[in-house]
Write a protein that binds this ligand. Sequence first.
Ligand SMILES: [Cu+2]
Length: 485
Amino acid sequence: MNKNIKWYVIISFSVIFLIAYAAYFFTDIGRGLGALGDDDNRIEEPLDNNKLPIPPLLEDKNPEEGKAEFDLKVQYGKTEFIKGYEANTLGYNGNYLGPVIRVNKGDDVKININNTLDEPTTVHWHGLEVAGEMDGGPHQVVDPNTTWEPYFTIDQPAATLWYHPHLLHKTGEQVYKGLAGLFYINDESSERLDIPKEYGVNDIPLVIQDKRFTNNGNIPYDLDMRDIMNGFLGDTVIINGALNPQLDVKSEVIRLRLLNGSNARTYEFNFNENNEFHQIASDGGFLEESVKMNVVSLAPAERAEILLDLSDYNVGDKITLRDANYNLMTINIVEDNNKDIDIPKKLVEIDDYNKDEIVRSREFVMSGMGPMVTINGKQMNMDRIDEKLNLNELEEWVIRNESSGMGMMNSTPHPFHVHGVQFQVIERDGGAPPLNERGWKDTVMVDNGEEVKILAKFRKKGLFMYHCHILEHEDSGMMGQFLVE
Ligand SMILES: [Cu+2]
């Protein structure tokens, strides 16, 4: 390169970088780093009697054993999050969020997705191991007024998965407006285990998201420089679409299926009495053993199933689900049920991958600063295949977050998601991963400066994505493609 041009490029990039950094720095100082409940203009009059909405279970249209068929309509909606105000939202078969799709391991499933929006969308089955062309990534565009009919066989253990759009550059907005739903898989283990199973009664779906409400209760997706850098952080949390919801339960063990469905926020879930609970499942299914804990941290897209023992509580007692010290949901004990359930210790058998069988090791380095966030120095290009893999070979992926490499005060964690596979985390920062990360995972938090090693065996063919699940980073191009053949 000509020497003058080279200097011109270096100086130009430095200037852009400094301007971006200044914008980041000054917007943050005044507002606190997206802290919850720090916005004076916020109005928060939740609806009276704000019961936690339980999404409907989607009806299976195929009565045949071993088969299932579902209809999903992607539609515009109006949602009253705040009393007296309507927000413009999106939903599946409704105004906001979607129904829970429940299938059994081994089922042949077909889903008819009708897009009634006047913009394209896609529906990605997050955590499901299906062929690339059924995955619902950015290549499987569902144009307005058309129907996409993916089909697949459920070929993995019981788990709490989810579905959401994955349209290139538009994922953040469509998810934020309400397009997300849970996808449950049942199998013989989930049937056999002595855990709560009554949907919406003691087995509770919880989709947790943060929003930024305008004074008239709307949720526009307007990004400023800070949002593009850190991801969109709201100031108010809603669960299943409700603000400060109330959940009524019996004094028994309850099972909470937590999905962090937020664009960018990571939560530290806990209860106000510092209650001990047991995590029984991670992203891709049950852990080998339940893990006793007081706080569970979930990055965007991560899930955890936890059991909370309320059998010592009395009618009239309340406890609160929190994120750090911020109240999210009140749990009211409204009925006695002195049923003694022992929380099982042993859950399922998971065969650990054998490191001797690793065929290839790959590195994924996440760096840069929004909107110039990259993986291995590259931004997403639909026409470029970044990695080629062979079917059924065990791979080691070393994932590093080097976004602090520029000596910035900026600290950007990146949750790394891989499509079409459930993987095992074998190392976090040189040490063993915590107990609750030793089950099946499809998304793993990689904090600033951290290195995480995972082992994965890809069992489905096709083209898949890996990306940061901070949706604004993904939309900026922090994503790559791999082909399994
Ligand atoms: Cu990221």
